[in-house]
Design a binder for this molecule. Structure first.
Ligand code: ADE
Ligand code: ZN
Length: 327
């Protein structure tokens, strides 16, 4: 089987029907009996108009992830699930503050996720998301404080992110969070250039992001593209998610292979595999079918992911070896 890396994978977006069934009793939630109905409830409909619409789909999976036991189990099950799909390394992200509805602390949620992470033999790391939204400053600052507390080079929390409705809450509003993250030396990736334009990506770079979640709309500013190339900033692109959220009007003009040809450090990822009904293999097949991918480009995509992964040089060497063996 081929080897893949997924650097952009949301825990709450990866709750498939099979995983939801494993969580429902522990969560104390009664799910629809029929799998087809449950799958419909756990995934986005083709009528999705934008990112704001898309984000409504997280309500059900999040309701299952409000206990330490279910968070631990979900992290473990997601790893077991992606392993079957040929993923050899992944970075799983989630926003601890979204799992505290029943009174648990962010710290308890992070510790539960670490227990789940360490149960699986798949090499994975965690990215903690701050959230865009109203009155989230204190929760975001707590996430950053805890990211520093649990920060490791591999085998745990390795970075922070900013997720949520970019079209409603501009990146620039999160200056305080990322000044603090920079002061603490926490590696940063930020969702930008997805529901907002190139300016949002530029702000993310100013905030110290070394990777950009999506970055699709960077093409709006040719100077920015040059800067992304010069810095070798990783663009964590997620084609199916971008199609569903209408990050770009016409998928025929999806810029992934253009960016790749320009020498920008592009990667292919799933974003929300259950919500988008996708897998890493489906993402690669889609790109191959729509835009064509040479063997060299496929290898480049893998090497870009290795280069940009928030992990150690030892792990990176092991991943390159794995690619050589599995292709
Ligand atoms: N959370 C889950 N998926 C997301 C996306 N595509 N953009 C922003 N926040 C998200
Ligand atoms: Zn995302």
């Amino acid at each position: 089987m081929k080897a893949y890396i997924d650097l952009h994978l949301h825990l709450d977006g990866a709750i498939t029907v099979e995983i939801a069934r494993k969580l429902e009793e522990k969560a104390g939630i009664i799910l629809p009996e029929e799998d087809t109905e449950l799958e419909q409830k756990l995934s986005v409909s083709e009528t999705c108009e934008n990112l704001n619409d898309f984000l409504k789909c997280f309500e059900l999976p999040l309701s299952l992830l409000q206990t330490e036991e279910t968070v631990e189990e979900a992290v473990y099950q997601v790893q077991e699930n992606i392993k079957k799909d040929g993923i050899v390394y992944a970075e799983i992200r989630f926003a601890p503050q979204l799992h505290c509805r029943n009174g648990l602390s962010q710290k308890q949620i992070i510790e539960a996720s670490l227990r789940g992470l360490h149960k699986s033999d798949l090499p994975c790391n965690l990215i903690l998301c701050c959230m865009r939204g109203q009155d989230v400053k204190a929760q975001n600052m707590e996430t950053i404080r805890l990211a520093k507390k649990y920060l490791v080079k591999d085998g745990g929390v390795v970075a922070i992110d900013l997720a949520g409705a970019e079209g409603l809450f501009p990146t620039a509003d999160y200056k305080e969070e990322f000044e603090e993250a920079q002061r603490l030396g926490i590696p940063v990736t930020i969702h930008a250039g997805e529901a907002d334009g190139a300016e949002s990506v530029k702000t993310a770079l100013e905030f110290g992001a070394v990777r950009i979640g999506h970055g699709v709309r960077s093409f709006e500013d040719p100077g920015l593209l040059q800067e992304l190339k010069r810095r070798q900033t990783c663009l964590e692109m997620c084609p199916t998610s971008n199609r569903q959220t209408k990050a770009i009007e016409n998928m025929e003009q999806y810029p992934l292979t253009d960016y790749l040809k320009m020498g920008i450090c592009v990667t292919i990822n799933t974003d929300d595999m259950a919500i988008s009904r996708t897998t890493i293999q489906k993402e690669f097949s889609y790109v191959e079918k729509m835009y064509g991918l040479t063997e060299e480009q496929k290898e480049r995509l893998f090497l870009n992911a290795v280069q940009s992964a928030f992990t150690t040089d030892e792990r990176k060497k092991q991943l390159i070896n794995e690619y050589a063996v599995r292709g």
